[in-house]
Design a protein around this ligand. Structure first.
Ligand SMILES: [Zn+2]
Length: 297
């Protein structure tokens, strides 16, 4: 009898341990979303992304293994529009569009390259035309800071037993972002009026946050190449602007950037909007800011 009771207790203990060890897994479309969520998730949640460091999320075509990963994951975080609009077609237990969590005053309008105009009708109906919103929100540390409490809440709902940890990690991340913001504000003082020419408009959130100057971009959308006329116009603008450098991106073809560089004699630097090699969000943003300063100062 005692043996039987012990066996039952043993079995119950094993089963409850197994239940507790069921891993919480978050899948994101791109690496920056994973870097942001890892700051709050810490070691409690496994966070992984699907678009490789060398691929553009705009033109990414998913593999059968992605479908499997997403359907098994506890939650699937994606941008929602513009950059990874393909993500919404997946079957996920818990799909979360991060762009839709952002307050309108932080959003950048793709048609003006500036902050979204908050007019009376937007205030009244809070109806945002998502088709004009730039999706590269992750390059603005202050926007991310404002988003942290919502992300803490979301992770706490996904995994309530570790809510306290997520809250503490969120506070630590907010402090790191304050430091990052202060450092960038000082670092960019001398380059505010120097136009930044991008391969595609991937850093407009960073540019707008720190009052930098956007010169233009080679591609409005990745994959959409310039016509020869547009290319020669861009070369003329770059010459007229006395631009020192142009930025390439690891995910895009360097053909047009090199053509512009050889026609104008300017240098080519690389900015990485996905930062898959960065060890955390701070390093990801800082590496890119340092690169912009190195190129333009
Ligand atoms: Zn992009």
């Amino acid at each position: 009898m005692l043996k039987k009771i012990l066996l039952i207790i043993f079995t119950i203990t094993i089963l409850s341990c197994e239940a507790q060890n069921t891993e919480t897994v978050i899948i994101t479309t791109t690496s920056p979303l994973a870097l942001i969520l890892k700051e709050i998730a810490g070691t409690q949640i496994k966070v992984d992304y699907i678009v490789p460091a060398s691929a553009s999320p705009h033109t990414y075509s998913s593999k059968p293994s992605d479908v499997n990963k997403i359907s098994k994951a506890t939650a699937f975080f994606y941008i929602g529009k513009d950059v990874d609009s393909w993500a919404s077609k997946y079957n996920s237990k818990n799909p979360i569009a991060m762009l839709m969590m952002i307050e309108p005053q932080f959003l950048v309008d793709r048609t003006t390259n500036n902050y979204l105009e908050i007019n009376d009708s937007l205030k009244k109906d809070a109806k945002i035309n998502w088709n004009i919103i730039d999706g590269h929100f992750w390059t603005d540390p202050i926007l991310i800071q404002a988003l942290v409490p919502k992300l803490v809440d979301t992770l706490s709902k996904i995994d309530p037993k570790n809510a306290q940890t997520y809250s503490e990690n969120g506070k630590a991340f907010i402090n790191k972002l304050t430091t990052l913001d202060r450092q960038i504000s000082v670092m960019v003082k001398n380059i505010k009026n120097k136009p930044i020419y991008l391969h595609h408009p991937s850093f407009l959130y960073l540019i707008n946050r720190y009052g930098l100057t956007f010169g233009g971009s080679i591609q409005r959308n990745p994959g959409q190449e310039l016509t020869p006329k547009q290319l020669s116009e861009l070369i003329a603008t770059i010459k007229a602007d006395s631009v020192k450098a142009i930025f390439n991106e690891p995910q895009l073809s360097s053909e047009e950037v090199n053509a512009i560089a050889s026609a104008t004699g300017i240098s080519v630097y690389v900015l990485d909007p996905l930062g898959a090699d960065a060890k955390n969000y701070y390093d990801f943003i800082m590496n890119n800011v340092k690169k912009i300063i190195e190129a333009l100062d």
